[in-house]
Design a protein around this ligand. Sequence first.
Ligand SMILES: O=C(O)[C@H](O)[C@@H](O)[C@H](O)[C@H](O)COP(=O)(O)O
Length: 229
Amino acid sequence: MPTEHRFVDSALAAGDMARRIAVLLEDAIAARGVATIALSGGRSPRPVLEALSQARLEWAKVIVTLVDERWVEPDHADSNERLIRETLLQGEAAKARFVGMKNDAADAYAGQPACEAAFAQLPWPIDIIALGMGEDGHTASLFPEAKELAEGLSTKALTLAVTPPAAPHQRMSMSARAILSSRHIFLQISGAAKIAIYDRALAGGPVEELPIRLALNQQSVSVEVWISE
Ligand SMILES: O=C(O)[C@H](O)[C@@H](O)[C@H](O)[C@H](O)COP(=O)(O)O
């Protein structure tokens, strides 16, 4: 059962999540000399990333990477790398090392081997994996109707290319194996529609129906959820 942090206001939830991330990054640096965090894209993370960017940490000892990426140039409006650079990697936090997913390959499928090689160099397990969730129950870029979903849930690889059934752009995504190769999973849930899907996911059922279940219905990695109306 995940640890839930409930707030009436998403801004308060974002500030609390950022503070908790900063504490765990500090603990990781104290314990191992380095801290790693993998971040999701989309709209929800922005206030968390802006708040985290203000944290007083030894940022040069932090590695920041992505849970997934849209296969677009890093200056594209939909790029998760662009989101991270614009919000988190500012000021002192710009000293962190960023390991992105997008490379020069023409498409995500051609780009996957180089991305996999780069991810294999990260110091696993990742200290914190920050997930979002769509209203279809997807997380990372593991979409319920994607043809690569079964691969994403079963592969030993850390990354895979995905063509979302409805969302724009090919994606590079962490696999379920990569997401569960972590010390802490954080999940942001906001709004009634997502809360209903979250509750349904918790009630159990096939992970293929609601891929967020890969994180919620397991006991090996601690899961904390920030829930706001
Ligand atoms: O690249 C992405 O879009 C994310 O990694 C994706 O999995 C996101 O977390 C959900 O789609 C929720 O997105 P919102 O926060 O915008 O609702």
